[in-house]
Design a protein around this ligand. Structure first.
Ligand code: PGA
Length: 265
């Protein structure tokens, strides 16, 4: 299976800082081009909306990096002041949209139903949705972590067709591990990625004879305090097909170290 690494810059970086980062990163990626090709690594950056177009201009002729957006609106178009539609994102060269990041679930009160609408809009615009799931510490302490993740996946992926499932990416991001420096133990990573893989296989492997083992083909990324030190061990776990990286993706050197760790995994 392909490997995926996505740097989520959240609400960080001016245009100048973003440009410097890209200009610094590109020659380093060029130097390891063969390794990237050999391990079919899909590398993406998710800058703020306003930087998507200028960054796309910078990476336009470069196949190493693709563009991801951090969110989109759930309606196609219309009177939604301040919002950005999936079609708009596709029109500036975005390949993938992060949907349901826990910061949006918490601060913007995004629900599983709403996320399903967003996923549909992303797919209709020809892009790939990356659905984030993950339990809170309270849910884990109450032994409800699996039920919580199951519900998120069930309610946000209902009704997707086999063709749509082929475009889907999932990120397992335990809420307590995001931006806290408290990375999930390898035991938790293995437990939850295995659990998510089983849900996807149970739900989609039998969907259609035409598509071989559909649920097994969906990439599952880990996210939450992943850094250059712990990345290698996490990426070595079964059913971990890459990472969604927050703070460690803000510094080009750290991001490069994580890329190298994934290439070696
Ligand atoms: P973090 O963020 O790597 O800073 O924990 C991950 C994410 O929010 O996707």
């Amino acid at each position: 299976m392909k490997k995926y690494l996505i740097g989520n810059w959240k609400m960080n970086k001016t245009l100048q800082e973003a440009t410097e980062f890209i200009k610094y990163l590109l020659p380093q990626l060029e130097a390891i081009k063969k390794d990237i090709d050999n391990s079919s690594l899909n590398l993406m950056l998710a800058p703020s909306f306003v930087h998507l177009f200028p960054i796309n201009e910078l990476i336009y002729n470069d196949s190493f990096i693709q563009l991801a957006a951090q969110n989109c609106h759930h309606e196609t178009q219309g009177a939604f002041t301040g919002e950005v539609s999936a079609t708009m994102l596709a029109s500036v060269g975005v390949d993938c949209v992060i949907i349901g990041h826990s910061e949006r679930r918490i601060y913007q009160k995004e629900t599983n139903d709403l996320l399903l609408s967003k996923i549909k809009k992303v797919l209709a615009a020809g892009m790939r949705p990356l659905l984030c799931c993950g339990e809170s510490m309270e849910q884990r302490n109450a032994g409800e972590h699996k039920a919580a993740v199951h519900q998120q996946l069930k309610e946000s992926l209902i009704d997707l067709t086999p063709l749509e499932i082929q475009k889907l990416l999932i990120a397992y991001e335990p809420v307590w591990a995001i931006g806290t420096g408290q990375v999930a133990s390898l035991e938790v990573v293995v437990e939850m990625h295995d659990f998510i893989r089983n849900i996807l296989s149970d739900q989609y492997d039998i969907l259609s004879d035409q598509y071989d083992r559909l649920g097994e083909q969906v990439p599952i990324l880990y996210g939450g305090s992943c850094n250059p030190k712990n990345a290698g061990a996490i990426f070595g776990c079964p059913n971990v097909n890459g990472g969604l990286i927050g703070s460690a993706a803000l510094q080009a050197d750290h991001f490069m170290e994580i890329i190298t760790a994934l290439l070696k995994a």
